[in-house]
Design a protein around this ligand. Structure first.
Ligand code: SDX
Length: 426
């Protein structure tokens, strides 16, 4: 166990404390560095920088390990439900039967939207991306549902209100975008079944709930529920550090998730596979383009900042997609293309040397297609799943005595001092 690290700068020796995590991860505590030496560290993208201590999720990128509150993701996917996993992440332990029942009752109680919120949707341009609508709607919740501070409500109800309403908002955005009547949530359906029913039920052809699809959606959202300090969770922690309300904080997380390098990758994967199919590109051509630095083509759904082996979530997603397509007797040509791409990439030196493997997004889109979810809703589906993680991380951050307002430093490389030049002398 190392207690400290020594740093020699300008002939001066500095002793810095070392922090060890419960899984043996080590960090050098540099909080005194600038004061002691005048130096800062430089780490764009924070790939080598820990921004917090956390008890929520453990990832080991070299071994492909992912655990929520110590429980392996494989076991949660096999035995748990999304609502139970959300409770685990936020409360820190699995619920008793009574706690789970009470949680489900609250999720039902909070599932309707304020009538005036529906006006938002109707005034959005028809082709608006659902992620932009969702981010705005979640932010608007602050105006419709004052939070804990205002009405001294149990903050857990605020969490459950968010988790319940994000699902209603997503389904409503989809129905209104299609010009279809909005379907209200049903108190007799569980969280995932309710979402599918609100998305697809209609008076002419009543939607038949399929247990395999409900199970697949539970697993999809369990796999997305948290992932330690990823881009959108970092956005939540950064925005939350300014002590703004939870709705604005979550809205920032949704905006950060939208990008194609992060949560938007599931939509980008399908767009990539459809382009390959439409243009009749060979697998060989795709792999060559992905490796070509001069070609903007990237193998979307491949590579990860932390996982340098197969993303454990991608393994589960791939298996579940096979099972669902088999059970629902559906074939998806994009799945065949995806599998051939994976097979070719995993044999290729470029991908092997750079430790590029399928990540959670590589098969996610194909599973969502099997559930009937439209492509432009894929990242919304990711956001619904990630919400419990964002809440748990925000809750941990605001109650951490070591948390400070996030305000990194920089190395200035701009102009040195020079005088203002009046416009007629330029
Ligand atoms: C998510 O952080 C999380 O936990 C995120 C997430 C979560 O649950 O929150 O797991 C969800 O965002 C998953 C990632 C989804 N994004 C994609 O699938 C987009 C495609 N992937 C890449 O853009 C990339 O792999 C990133 C952004 C995911 C990670 O990039 P890094 O860590 O910044 O690595 P890099 O871009 O520096 O790549 C290292 C090398 C580079 O080559 P060299 O410059 O060293 O020669 O690998 C190459 C890259 O060009 N590379 C790829 C590639 N990904 C990286 N080459 C081809 N195809 C790819 N997909």
């Amino acid at each position: 166990m190392k207690e400290f690290a020594k740093l020699i700068i300008d002939g001066k020796e500095l002793t810095l404390p070392v922090i060890e995590g419960s899984e043996g991860e080590m960090a050098i505590d540099i909080r005194s560095l600038r004061q002691e030496t005048g130096y800062i560290t430089f780490d764009p993208g924070f790939g080598n920088t820990g921004t917090c201590k956390s008890t929520i999720t453990y990832m080991n990128g070299e071994q492909g390990i992912l655990r929520y509150r110590g429980i392996p993701i494989e076991q949660l996917a096999e035995y748990s439900s999304f609502v139970e996993t959300a409770f685990l992440l936020i409360a820190g332990m699995l619920p008793t039967r009574e706690e789970l029942t009470r949680t489900s009752v609250y999720l039902n109680d909070f599932s309707l939207l304020h009538e005036n919120m529906k006006g938002f949707y109707r005034n959005y341009p028809p082709k608006s991306h659902p992620m932009g609508i969702l981010s705005a709607m979640i932010n608007a919740m602050r105006s419709f549902y004052p939070e804990l501070i205002d009405i001294d409500e149990d903050i857990n109800k605020t969490y459950l209100r968010l988790i319940s309403k994000i699902r209603t908002m997503a389904a409503m955005a989809y129905r209104i975008s299609k010009g279809e009547k909005v379907v209200s949530p049903r108190p007799d359906l569980c969280y995932c079944a309710n979402f599918l029913n609100m998305m697809f039920n209609n008076a002419v052809v009543p939607y038949r709930l399929d247990d395999d699809m409900v199970k697949a959606l539970n697993i999809f959202w369990i796999l997305h529920a948290d992932h330690e300090q990823n881009c959108s969770t970092t956005a939540v922690r950064v925005v939350g550090s300014g002590k703004v309300n939870i709705y604005a904080t979550i809205s920032a997380g949704i905006s950060a998730l939208w990008g194609p390098l992060h949560g938007g990758a599931n939509q980008a994967v399908i767009n990539m596979l459809e382009t390959i199919q439409k243009n009749g590109m060979t697998i060989k051509e795709c792999i060559a383009k992905a490796k070509d630095k001069d070609d903007p083509f990237r193998l979307m759904g491949f590579g990860h900042r932390v996982y340098k082996t197969y993303d454990p979530r991608a393994k589960i997603m791939k298996k579940m997609t096979d099972v669902l397509l088999l059970k629902t007797k559906r074939k998806d040509p994009l799945l065949d293309i995806a599998k051939k791409l994976e097979e070719a990439a995993l044999k290729d030196t470029y991908f092997k040397e750079k430790n590029l493997y399928p990540n959670v997004d590589f098969y996610a889109g194909i599973l969502l297609r099997a559930l009937g979810i439209p492509t432009n809703m894929f990242t919304v589906m990711f956001a619904i799943g990630r919400l419990p993680g964002w809440i748990a991380q925000w809750k941990e951050d605001v109650s951490d005595p070591e948390t400070r307002l996030t305000r990194p430093r920089q190395i200035y490389t701009g102009n040195q001092i020079h005088d203002y030049i009046p416009i007629d002398k330029r």
